[in-house]
Design a protein around this ligand. Sequence first.
Ligand code: G3P
Length: 219
Amino acid sequence: MKLFVDTGDVKEVEKAAELGIIDGVTTNPTLIAKSGRGFKETVQEICKILPEGDISAEVVATDYDTMLKEALYVSSFAPNVVVKVPLIEPGIRLVSELTRRDIKTNVTLVFTVGQALLAAKAGATYISNFVGRVDDLTLEGMDAVRDTVSMVETYGFDSEVLVASVRHPLHVLESVRAGAHVATMPFKVIEMLFKHPLTDSGLQRFLADWNAAGLHILE
Ligand code: G3P
């Protein structure tokens, strides 16, 4: 499974990139606004930090002609930019056109398999199924992820199912169980994945026994 960081914070991307396990970054207009910096400079900096990663940058227009103009401009920021497009009618038309132009896309704000089918048919590189915002309604956000993975596999679509709106490690576990291709999450969730009390106590015991025996690796 690919691990993406969901952020517009360049410092957070730098910290995550040091782990050597991050495959990409997803931004969105809210995350960019929170960064307090310009859109293009932020996306270009993130692209430079992870030159091998897929970096999603979202268009904000909602009419086809302007969306196309924005998409071509955003795509020019760096070779590893993925154009993020909301699942609205002009958005699907745009994804079909960008697919024809061999430009990678990430269709966002997907909540149902019906929507995911439209994105897959348009040739979306990534389909961003949001789970947290559905869970927030006391509904099962992961249901649509499971069905979307099954749909992509059944019909052999090239799209990758990207679990978005991830709130905690359980969403990551459920994404793995569902066979999702990608999970994108805030860096704090990645940090939470490291945590287990038995890891901490086990390491403490190893080091206590080692030190009690007066052993060294480096003389
Ligand atoms: O960036 C896409 C998605 O992960 C954002 O989800 O619910 O955390 O705003 P959310």
